[in-house]
Design a protein around this ligand. Structure first.
Ligand SMILES: Nc1ncnc2c1ncn2[C@@H]1O[C@H](COP(=O)(O)OP(=O)(O)OP(=O)(O)O)[C@@H](O)[C@H]1O
Ligand SMILES: [Mg+2]
Length: 171
């Protein structure tokens, strides 16, 4: 059983010199309990494909063809076509950050410098687990402990720029 079926996906960007396809007719599946790696040279479209799946394509781009069929466990395993969902609508917001998440390449630009990492991680719990701030921070500490942060209590109070060098790389 596949969790995700991307079928014939094409994405175009609009620029000063007109439109051009950056992803053309891409198909792949992610089976349940499997890891799937997208491999390709820089600029081949891995990030654009991932952003399309998350419903967070840049404003200058759009899906021109294909389907992104996601099996939504919250909906009795029915398939929903992410390519057809409004990116900011309630259905996509319920999936994004809960059932599908993304770890971006550049932590310094993808994390907000103005919020502690505790608050940034806890936001997902508050949105999707419907818990209050205190419980969300507890869940966040559990999560940091799980990935071997040495001092989760301290880590949740730090800002991204403070998590550098040995501390961030601690096993
Ligand atoms: N915001 C944007 N505006 C215009 N073109 C873009 C934009 N973002 C990506 N592209 C173009 O889309 C294509 C695919 O880029 P993408 O970032 O998906 O590549 P990638 O496979 O993730 O590369 P890397 O391995 O370097 O991360 C590239 O040709 C890039 O120039
Ligand atoms: Mg990339």
């Amino acid at each position: 059983m596949n969790l995700l079926d991307v079928k014939g996906l094409s994405v175009e960007f609009r620029g000063d010199e007109g439109r051009h396809d950056v992803v053309r007719d891409v198909s792949f599946s992610v089976p349940e309990n499997k890891c799937v790696a997208l491999v390709g040279e820089s600029g081949s479209g891995k990030t654009v494909i991932s952003r399309a799946v998350m419903g967070i394509l840049p404003a200058k781009s759009r899906i021109t063809a294909g389907q992104i069929l996601f099996r939504d466990n919250r909906k009795n395993g029915d398939f929903v076509d992410i390519a057809k969902l409004p990116p900011a609508g309630p259905a996509m917001r319920a999936i994004r950050g809960d059932q599908i998440a993304m770890i971006f390449q550049e932590p310094m630009v993808s994390l907000s410098p103005l919020h502690t990492i505790g608050d940034q991680i806890a936001e997902a719990a508050k949105l999707h687990r419907f818990v209050g701030s205190k419980e969300a921070l507890e869940l966040t500490k559990d999560m940091l402990r799980l990935v071997h942060f040495p001092e989760p209590e301290r880590a949740i109070r730090t800002y991204p720029f403070e998590l550098s060098g040995a501390y961030a790389n601690a096993p």
